[in-house]
Each structure stands twice: as structure tokens, then as C-alpha cells.
Design a protein around this ligand. Structure first.
Ligand SMILES: [Zn+2]
Length: 287
């Protein structure tokens, strides 16, 4: 059964580790992440962007697939199904479809409008027992070929959003989505520490986990980060393994064209990547 991310977040903050949020794109992705979490006895959050939601034929299809897998694969660790960077309408759609957690990304609105919309969703999620993630200070990343450097959130604005009763808060600390450019100055630990001081035990979320050096990840966890989003890194692992399979001509031998064989190396690569991240985040054995 899907669970809200609230309890896993509280435990992560108390235990000084972080729970991995891994974006899913299809059945192979979902199965790889769920089985790795089960093998490692780690809580896990499955992330679905609105784009991936459309790709997988809508939120209800995803809820059906994930719930089916939890039963058929005998998954016993806590699993949250979470909307990633949702719009206000997207969040409502996921709540109706049976997601156990949603993110409302109101970082592009004025802080007043962000507060207003977040507040509405806090109330809805509270009634239904779901967890809500809010965002302050937008996360950079590539848009139309330009890589934005990522804002640093205003700690006072973080406190205003945290006080609404969200389960977890994404605060921009110079992190960006996708692959980091060579001239990236690194995470702003000054910002993170200032946010932490304002929001106390509120679990913080680090987006753009791909390519942040391990020592920075560990320091971020020590400063209150309890959820780390990983997306691009799984995509790159899947791509590299699939490329190798094709380049070695394995798809041309025997039944190597069978999609269950063709997708197997990429599937295994995702499992390895998720395992590596769960070990780094410290969530192994915490389920
Ligand atoms: Zn993100």
C-alpha cells in the first residue's frame, strides 16, 4: 500500500539520512526502483513529473501500475507515489487519482500567491492523509538551451511556507536540474544553514541530485536535507547500458531483439544507480 512521505521524512530528519526520490518513466523504471528499495530495506519515493504522467497515459494508469507492483512484487518497504513539480491543477488531479504525495511548485509565483495556493493544498492533503512538498526559490536548469544557475531561497519566505504545515520544503540553494555545467559554483551551504535555522525540523528537499559531489550531498544531509531527487542520473545510466548492448551487436544475435532482453541492461543499470544513491543517502536498512 502506498504511504504518505510524512513519516519517512520525520524519521529521516531524526536519523540524519535522506530518502531518495527517483523519477519513473515506465514499467522497467518503476520495477527497478521498487525491487532495489525492497532488497536494501529502504523507504523510497517514486517521482512523476507532469510530462512523465502524460507519457505513461495519465495519473490513474500510474497509480494502477504502482499499486499492482506493490502487491505482485511483495513490496513491504514504505513507498510514496509523488507528483514532481506539480502545477496547482496537476496536484489536484494526482490527489484525485490516488497519489500518496504531491509537490506543488509555486516558486514562479509571487510569495503571496505561492502561500495562497500552497495553503489550499495543505488543507486538502491534511484531510486525505497525503504529504505535500512546497518550493521556494526556483531550481535552475536547462530551458531552451540556456542553463540557469539556480536561485538561493529567501530563508524568511521558507519559514512562511513551512509554517503553513507542508510535509517537506524544497529550497533553492544553487542546485539545478540536469547535468551541472563546469563553472557551477557548488551548493550554497550558507543559504541551507540559514533556511535550516528558520524552519527547524522541517524536512528539506534537494532537487537536481545528479552530479552533486558525494561530500556535498553528505554535508547537505547533515544540514537537514531529508529528501534528494535523482532523475537525470538514472536516465544516463539506462542510456549508457542500452547503447553498449546495441554497439556490441547483441540485439542482432539470437533473440537479442526481444524487448525483454533489449531493455534488461538498462534496467540493471538503473538498479545499480539506485543502490549507489541509497547507500550514499544512508537510507539502507531504514525501512
Ligand atoms: Zn526538481
Amino acid at each position: 500500500m502506498l504511504v504518505s512521505a510524512k513519516e519517512m521524512m520525520t524519521k529521516a530528519v531524526a536519523g540524519h539520512y535522506a530518502v531518495g526520490h527517483f523519477n519513473i518513466n515506465n514499467l522497467e523504471w518503476t520495477k527497478a526502483i521498487l525491487l532495489t528499495a525492497e532488497e536494501l530495506k529502504s523507504p523510497v519515493i517514486l517521482g512523476v513529473s507532469e510530462g512523465a504522467g502524460k507519457y505513461m497515459c495519465g495519473y490513474k494508469t500510474i497509480v494502477g501500475m504502482v499499486n499492482g507492483m506493490l502487491g505482485e512484487l511483495g513490496i513491504t518497504v514504505p513507498v510514496a507515489l509523488h507528483l514532481d513539480h506539480g502545477s496547482f491543477e496537476g496536484a489536484k488531479a494526482c490527489i484525485n487519482a490516488g497519489f500518496s504525495s504531491v509537490m506543488f511548485d509555486g516558486s514562479h509565483y509571487s510569495i503571496e500567491e505561492n502561500i495562497e495556493k500552497t495553503k489550499v493544498l495543505v488543507n486538502t492533503c491534511d484531510v486525505l492523509g497525503l504529504s505535500l512538498e512546497a518550493e521556494v526559490g526556483s531550481i535552475g536548469g536547462e530551458e531552451d538551451g540556456v542553463v540557469g544557475m539556480g536561485e538561493c531561497a529567501d530563508p524568511d519566505e521558507c519559514k512562511m511556507i513551512a509554517d503553513l504545515g507542508v510535509a517537506m520544503l524544497a529550497a533553492g540553494i544553487g542546485n539545478i536540474h540536469g547535468v551541472y555545467p563546469e563553472n557551477w559554483p557548488g551548493l550554497s551551504f550558507e543559504t541551507l544553514a540559514a533556511v535550516k535555522e528558520k524552519v527547524g525540523d522541517m524536512p528539506l528537499v534537494l532537487h537536481g541530485g545528479t552530479g552533486i559531489p558525494d561530500d556535498m550531498i553528505k554535508k547537505a544531509i547533515s544540514l537537514g536535507v531529508a529528501k534528494i531527487n535523482v532523475n537525470t542520473e538514472c536516465q544516463l545510466s539506462f542510456q549508457a547500458a542500452t547503447r553498449q548492448y546495441i554497439e556490441e551487436g547483441k540485439d542482432l544475435k539470437g533473440k537479442g531483439f526481444d524487448p525483454r532482453k533489449l531493455l534488461a541492461p538498462g534496467y540493471e543499470a538503473i538498479k545499480d544507480k539506485v543502490k549507489e544513491k541509497m547507500e550514499l543517502f544512508g537510507s539502507v536498512g531504514k525501512a
